[in-house]
Write a protein that binds this ligand. Structure first.
Ligand code: Z5A
Length: 212
């Protein structure tokens, strides 16, 4: 049963281009918070519920050319609707901290910046699905595509998005940085091109600020 006096949890999202180190750093954030006594829910987008994970498979594994841009945008928000309603909001209401690998900023970066879908369409869907939900902190890992490309290649996983061209990823990165400039309090840019220890040190400062 939900205790009326339980303070709402905090919502942290990790963003950035593919292979920039989100998953690696997200796990660090979750462990760090647990050591400081927080109950943490680690999740991801697209995904996070059984239905949203099935939508993720469609989005990532469908053949190129079979998912139109509007279809892609709507599927992102269909998955998000389930995720917000069934995982994120209940966890925050319980007082848990939610650490999420990508969220709505990714839609503005990939479907907006990358694909060129109109911001007004994304705004409308975001208003409808999120009902005002915003991350308390977004960590934007930023690095030159040459760095992220090398890391991705070393890891050897590929999906429908990773087949895109360099210009697509340049637009995605530029849009992420635009969002950070527009919302500097919420979106904190971390230079992800350094060693893992350097990146983790920068992230620790941000998490400590939020814990304070
Ligand atoms: N997408 C979208 O279009 N719209 C949306 O609204 C949403 C998503 C929510 C799936 O995302 C795709 O969905 C994504 C955008 C789209 N497209 N792509 N491509 P995803 O997050 O699941 O997939 P991803 O972006 O490709 O993430 P990833 O492959 O899991 O990469 P990562 O999590 O950023 O990196 P990592 O796995 O932590 O690290 C990669 C390697 O680098 C690994 O071997 C690490 O050990 C290494 N690494 C990490 N940090 C360092 C440092 N600092 N130094 C050296 N090596 C490092």
């Amino acid at each position: 049963m939900t205790d009326q006096a339980t303070p709402r949890g905090r919502f942290i999202t990790m963003e950035g281009s593919e292979g920039v180190g989100k998953t690696t750093n997200l796990q660090f954030v979750a462990d760090y918070l647990r050591k400081r006594g927080r109950t943490v829910v680690v999740t991801r987008e697209p995904g996070g519920t059984p239905v949203a994970e099935r939508i993720r498979d469609v989005l990532l594994q469908s053949e190129r050319g079979t998912v139109s841009d509007p279809c892609e945008l709507l599927l992102m928000f269909a998955a998000r609707a389930a995720h917000v309603e069934q995982v994120i909001e209940p966890a925050l209401a319980r007082g848990d901290w939610v650490v999420c690998d990508r969220f709505t900023d990714a839609t503005y970066a990939y479907q907006g910046g990358g694909r060129g879908m109109p911001d007004e369409d994304i705004d409308r869907l975001a208003q409808w699905v999120l009902k005002g939900l915003q991350p308390d902190l977004t960590i934007l890992l930023d690095a030159d595509p040459a760095v992220t490309g090398a890391r991705r290649a070393a890891r050897g996983i590929s999906d429908r998005f990773e087949a895109e061209h360099a210009a697509f990823f340049a637009r995605v990165r530029a849009r992420y940085l635009d969002i950070a400039r527009a919302e500097p309090q919420r979106v904190r840019v971390v230079d992800a091109s350094g060693t893992l220890d350097e990146v983790l040190a920068s992230i620790t400062v941000l998490i400590d600020n939020l814990l304070d």
